[in-house]
Design a protein around this ligand. Structure first.
Ligand code: GBH
Length: 451
């Protein structure tokens, strides 16, 4: 018998990290002058969140960040993706800045750096100030304008110590899924023209974020969007199926990636919009398409595609019994981490891709005698990372990977039932217990290869 061959190494200086977001871990929803967010409001409405859970307390990370950073350090982490809560900085969205909110993140960032962690800061991870929603929300240009001031404010305040900025997290989750469906705050159904306008306004906010980093970020500042692009896996890796999957990728991601990389809406997108085209003002695309420094991709799952009858690209519906994590949408599709970044690089020429989220959520991660044996998570992540290293070895420019999530947390409409963490959180006692996967990930990061 031969010794098991070591999995290929990731590149030197590959960025390994873990991620979380303010609204999902901080709690302290009304502390130190924080304004209400659309998720605070949405969670109050009966039936929106499983078991009536709310983000009011979450992991109480607001008060426990120093312990959490110490734990991250013990787990071998060096990079941490967090988000800043807009309603802590501007409780009403714009107007008066809340000094206590600004000071809070000053202290948090200092602590993070003191624990040897490099911050990757997302400016907006869905927690829009409710006061802005009351003035039209993402339907209105008021929001990207207010966002511009918010972005200027935080980049000025923290830019001396924060060098990696993520502009927005997953545009479709706070636009089409929030104004064209009910599953994300504010959860209202508007006509298609309004929904398409929310996307346009989000793109403008991204443009303002890039501008703010260029103007105030100082030396070495870098920024990029995090997109949850739709990924398609070719059923076979033959040229025909690969071309079909790429065609599906292009079509599904036009609305967001074309304006950013090509400075305009693709004709195919405008045809999809029909009479519900977004209104565009002069100068919008110049702002939106300013070159960023990287593209962040949140990739959990994918659909399959092949060359169908007559040579046309054909999506294959994923069958109901297809293996998955406990989240319905989270199918076990490791090749998503191969084909997602590969198509983004091939289609848009992006030279620096970061996987800003990947992970899996389960309901049954329990602690017994101090241990949580989440072997299912280890196998899941292992299979995905092997596809990621395959992509890198085939020349796909992926520079880093952030695991979602460091802690079990407020999983939006799934509340606290769905656990994505490397670290188990007992939400009654706030006790943290690293799962088996956390030790495994520590070893992977240290070895720079899948173990
Ligand atoms: C990420 O979204 C988020 O950035 C993060 O905050 C979140 O905790 C994490 O994933 C885990 O969910 O229920 O059929 O309507 C991932 C992309 C897009 C996946 C919306 C779930 C809802 C599908 N998400 N999608 S459905």
């Amino acid at each position: 018998m031969h010794a098991a061959k070591a999995s290929p190494a990731f590149p030197a200086r590959f960025v390994w990290g873990a991620a979380a977001a303010a609204a999902q871990i901080e709690g302290a929803a009304r502390v130190d002058g924080k304004g209400e967010s659309v998720w605070d409001r949405y969670a109050r409405k009966h039936g929106n969140i499983l078991h009536g859970d709310t983000p009011a307390v979450a992991c109480d990370h607001y008060h426990r960040y120093a312990e959490d950073f110490a734990l991250m350090r013990r787990l071998g982490l060096k990079h941490y993706r967090l988000s800043i809560s807009w309603p802590r900085i501007f409780p009403a969205g714009d107007g008066a800045v809340n000094q206590r909110g600004l000071d809070y993140y000053q202290a948090l960032i200092d602590s993070l750096l003191a624990h040897g962690l490099t911050p990757w800061v997302t400016m907006f991870h869905w927690d829009l100030p409710q006061a802005l929603e009351d003035r039209g929300g993402w339907r209105s240009r008021v929001v990207p304008e207010a966002f511009a001031t918010y972005a200027d404010t935080i980049v000025r305040a923290y830019g001396d110590r924060v060098k990696n900025w993520i502009t927005l997290n997953e545009i479709r989750c706070f636009t089409s899924m929030a104004y064209g469906a009910t599953g994300k705050a504010p959860g209202v159904i508007e006509p298609p023209a309004v929904v398409n306008q929310t996307i346009h306004h989000a793109l403008l906010a991204h443009g303002h974020a890039v501008r703010a980093v260029r103007e105030h970020g100082g030396r070495g500042a870098r920024c990029g969007l995090t997109d949850n692009c739709d990924v398609f896996i070719p059923v076979t890796e033959s040229a025909a199926d690969v071309a079909a999957a790429q065609a599906c990728f292009v079509r599904a991601n036009l609305a967001i990636l074309d304006p950013i990389y090509r400075g305009g809406y693709a004709p195919a997108y405008l045809r999809q919009c029909g009479s519900a085209r977004p209104r565009v003002a002069r100068g919008d695309f110049a702002l939106i398409s300013q070159p960023a420094d990287f593209l962040g991709l949140n990739i959990y799952s994918a659909q399959f595609a092949r060359r169908g009858a007559g040579g046309r690209p054909e999506k294959i519906p994923t069958p109901p019994h297809y293996p998955r994590a406990d989240s319905e949408w989270l199918k076990h599709t490791p090749r998503a981490l191969y084909w997602g970044p590969r198509f983004a690089a091939e289609v848009y020429g992006e030279k620096n891709i970061y996987i800003t989220e990947n992970g899996c959520g389960y309901d049954d991660d329990t602690v017994t005698r101090g241990e949580c044996h989440d072997l299912h998570r280890v196998e899941f992540l292992r299979s995905y990372l092997r596809e990621l290293v395959r992509a890198i070895r085939d020349g796909v420019p992926v520079r880093g990977y952030f695991l979602w999530s460091i802690l079990d947390n407020f999983e939006w409409t799934d509340g606290y039932a769905r656990r994505f963490g490397l670290v188990h959180v007992d939400f009654k006692t706030q006790r943290r217990t690293p799962k088996l996967s956390a030790r495994w990930y520590r070893d992977v990061m240290a070895a720079n290869r899948v173990l």
